[in-house]
Ligand binder design. Structure first.
Ligand code: 6CS
Length: 374
């Protein structure tokens, strides 16, 4: 018995010791293995949620924007840069570039396509001649007036995030996300309250041919310009009117050279976070996972950012007593008269514009209807 007990005792000790060693060694290596796998797959895995720089190859990227410091696009790129640095333990640095550093908006789009920069915030209006389907964002009264609903569509739409993305990728541009910079308002000296107020006015637009049709429907003519030339054009009255979110009207000082701003709810200013397609596709899996994670996180961040900038912009325009600006908010009845003129342009776009895929239009329209419940 005693011998049995001793043997049993020794056996138990051996088993316990072995188990302990297995747990200690095996457990450790299993944990480490899991962390490595996590790092590979998701870019997460350090105990405090931050990555070790050693998990990522050191690199730096350039992220060009169409706006200047303090404005939504630039602040987006700066926030994106901070988050990428945090999640890669500082191994990856992103340099946000403000508008003007690398040429006009059109130059910047070309630079991204050629791989001269890795990332860009791009307005679809500047590539409308190349990616015809991107002109869908130029339609008036197509997206909902409610910005939260617009953002919901932009974030979740399959028509945009899969089908339209594929169209851009034919041009080496990968739209990784679409987001709103806020509702666009009209500024003019005329005081736009009905479609007939547009007659004879020359309005500045981006490079999208469809923008001509949208304004032609109200009797206006259009002129394509970079925003950097717009203040002077409005001041000299070579251009009579323009459209932009309120924060931008204020920060670019367009209200100084325009007597009125019309809150028209005719459209939202859509921006795209884009990457050079070859570069993005060539990223290591763990790096791509971090990029995708940050892109997803940034959707809520930028919605709040644009909202507070647009609220502050409107207040600043109202408070600028040296440059008094009449703020006109269209009534529902007035909006209805604009919609009547704008809706045939939707059909024109779907049925007549060469090179566009009507299936993207149809799918997006359905997705919008699902979100608005109309
Ligand atoms: O009107 C424009 O062209 C400019 N507007 C905004 C809101 N951002 C940059 C863009 O180039």
């Amino acid at each position: 018995m005693i011998i049995f007990n001793k043997k049993f005792f020794l056996l138990m000790i051996s088993i316990l010791t072995l188990s302990f060693l297995l747990v200690a060694c095996g457990g450790d290596s299993e944990d480490e293995g899991t962390e490595e796998e996590q790092t590979e797959e998701t870019g997460e895995g350090e105990a405090d949620g931050e990555e070790a720089a050693g998990d990522f190859e050191e690199q730096s990227w350039q992220f060009v924007t169409e706006e200047t410091q303090g404005e939504v696009q630039y602040e987006y790129a700066a926030e994106f840069a901070n988050r990428i640095s945090d999640k890669t333990g500082g191994a990856i640095t992103v340099e946000p570039l403000e508008y003007g550093a690398l040429g006009s908006e059109v130059d910047q789009a070309q630079l991204l396509q050629q791989g001269g920069v890795q990332l860009a915030v791009m307005s679809p209006g500047f590539t409308g001649g190349q990616v015809q389907d991107g002109q869908i964002f130029s339609l008036h009264y197509f997206f909902p007036a409610d910005e939260e609903k617009v953002q919901e569509v932009l974030t979740n739409s399959e028509a945009l995030n899969q089908d339209l993305r594929a169209k851009y990728e034919e041009h080496n541009i990968s739209p990784l996300a679409y987001w709103t910079e806020g509702s666009t308002a009209w500024s003019s000296n005329a005081g736009i309250e009905s479609p007939s107020d547009w007659e004879g006015l020359n309005v500045r637009v981006q490079e999208s041919p469809l923008m001509r049709e949208s304004y032609d429907a109200y009797g206006a003519t259009v002129q394509s310009l970079s925003w950097s030339e717009l203040y002077t054009a409005l001041d000299r009255e070579t251009v009579d009117a323009q459209e932009n979110p309120l924060f931008f009207i204020e920060s670019a000082s367009f209200h100084e050279v325009q007597d009125t701003v019309t809150i028209s709810h005719h459209n939202n200013y859509v921006a795209m976070t884009t990457a050079n397609t070859d570069w993005y596709n060539g990223l290591d899996d763990n790096v791509k996972a971090v990029v995708d994670e940050v892109i997803t996180e940034m959707q809520d961040w930028v919605f709040d950012e644009q909202q507070s900038q647009n609220e502050a912009g409107l207040e600043a325009i109202k408070a600028d007593t040296d440059n008094q600006t009449e703020i006109i908010e269209l009534t529902d009845d007035q909006i209805a008269t604009f919609k009547e003129k704008a809706e045939p342009v939707h059909e024109y776009y779907r049925d007549e514009v060469e090179g566009i895929d009507p299936a993207i239009f149809d799918k997006l329209k359905e997705e919008i209807e699902e979100v608005t419940g109309e």
